[in-house]
Design a protein around this ligand. Structure first.
Ligand code: AMP
Ligand code: MG
Length: 404
């Protein structure tokens, strides 16, 4: 049998992303439940943030022109945070605290450390200029300005910013519903004893965690028997429940590899030999109109192909602003002497060797090995048809970036 040529990663991604259906369904969520979700609309600031000029320090508010060296200024007011201050009487100072509103008439705040306070008046031991230690109204966001744009993932700082706008609810993109199907007669779920010839189903759990981080809802998670009928039946059932099906295993050219065969027979198999290492056998297609990724069976291949191929697809479906991860250019701490026709994603981490930052590769890059992925903090890229000399720059993607 003639082998189909390998599809370069970019070509496959361009093809996949072009087909990715952008989710238009949205939901309103309490802000407290929105972390990790994707904004389904732009948000403008309905008012200035902060809403008023306020003090950046604990100290005294005054009019700069009332200051003279050695002049005692009576303290005419005390303005705790949360109170609405009366206008400042000319020729006086007001005791003020961090976050307190600046009283009308005051144009500067002197830190308490620069002040000698005695009997209801202060002397200032510092040069005083207007506009010191004042956080201006609207300095974070001016009323009407664009605060956050559609497609933004809500992280801690976005949660805080939305709260600062006074929003208790946000409109987010509905989570993609995903079915995880693990193929293989050898698979047993953890918690059961292993019989002869059996192994624990690893990929199901890797995928559950990856999908949770990717902001997806897993609606189905089943293990398939290696028969054509079981594969067909389960794929078709999954297609009615999910927006996306992800299978693992069964996409090589072995006799027991039924996922590829079912997709091929249904006529919607887009690609199945990707120039990626680990993870060459990778299928993309559709079952009854529902897109499906047929990931390889080997656990490290599942991790890598999910991060490098499925994640950009999911981000596109979610309407994310940035779909592709951004790598860091860092010196390689290892050599690659024999070029490969496949782009290799090496389980790696940043280490400091003699005070220099280097990307170190785990010695065990077998596609069946997950312990090296646990050792790693990211993936380093060895481009196709290339060798690599230690010390030269490579692209490194932290796992956090790949899952961002
Ligand atoms: P396959 O592509 O089905 O031939 O699978 C390739 C390799 O991955 C075989 O060694 C399988 O036993 C292994 N494998 C497949 N699925 C899983 C899984 N869910 N968990 C752990 N290993 C798996
Ligand atoms: Mg199999």
């Amino acid at each position: 049998m003639m082998k189909a040529p390998l599809t370069p990663v970019e070509e496959a991604l361009a093809h996949l992303l072009d087909k990715a259906p952008v989710i238009t369904a949205t939901e309103h969520l309490p802000l407290t439940e929105s972390c990790g979700r994707i904004l389904a609309q732009d948000y403008q600031a309905p008012a200035d943030v902060p809403p008023a000029d306020n003090s950046a320090v604990d100290g005294y508010a005054l009019r700069a022109e009332d200051y003279a060296p050695d002049r005692a200024l009576p303290v005419s007011d005390r303005i705790p945070a949360g109170s609405a201050p009366a206008p400042l009487q000319p020729g006086t100072a007001a005791r003020i605290f961090t976050g307190s509103e600046i009283p009308a008439g005051a144009d500067t705040v002197v830190m308490q450390e620069r002040v000698e306070a005695t009997d209801g008046s202060i002397r200032i031991n510092a040069e005083v200029m207007a506009n010191q230690n004042i956080r201006r109204r609207g300095q974070d966001l001016a009323q009407g300005s664009l605060a956050l744009v559609k497609g933004t993932k809500i992280r801690a700082q976005e949660m805080g910013l939305l709260a600062s706008l006074g929003l208790a609810e946000v409109t987010v993109v509905k989570k993609p519903r995903v079915a995880i199907l693990s193929t293989g007669d050898e698979l047993v779920d953890p918690g059961q004893p292993l019989g002869p010839g059996q192994i624990y189903n690893t990929n199901r759990f890797t995928l559950l965690a990856l999908l949770a981080e990717a902001g997806c809802e897993v609606v189905l998670s089943e293990t398939l028997k290696d028969t054509r009928a079981a594969t067909q039946e389960t794929l078709e059932r999954a297609a009615t429940q999910a927006d996306l099906i992800i299978t693992s295993g069964g996409v090589s050219v072995g006799e027991e590899d039924h996922v590829r065969a079912v997709l091929e027979a249904s006529g919607e198999l887009s690609l199945w030999r990707l120039a990626i290492k680990p993870g060459k056998p990778l299928a993309f297609g559709a079952v009854k109109g529902t897109p499906i990724f047929g990931l390889p069976g080997n656990p490290a291949s599942v991790l890598v192909t999910f991060l490098m191929v499925v994640m950009p697809y999911i981000r596109t479906c979610q309407g994310r602003l940035r779909v592709h991860p951004v790598g860091q250019q860092l010196p390689a701490g290892f050599d690659v002497t024999s070029p490969s026709v496949r782009r290799e994603f090496v389980r790696a981490r940043i280490e400091s060797v003699d005070g220099e930052t280097r990307v170190s590769a785990n010695p065990n890059q077998s596609s069946g090995v997950l312990s090296s992925a646990c050792w790693a903090d990211g993936l380093a890229v060895v481009p196709e048809h290339s060798t690599l000399a230690a010390g030269s720059l490579l692209t490194y993607y932290p796992f956090t970036e790949l899952l961002s």
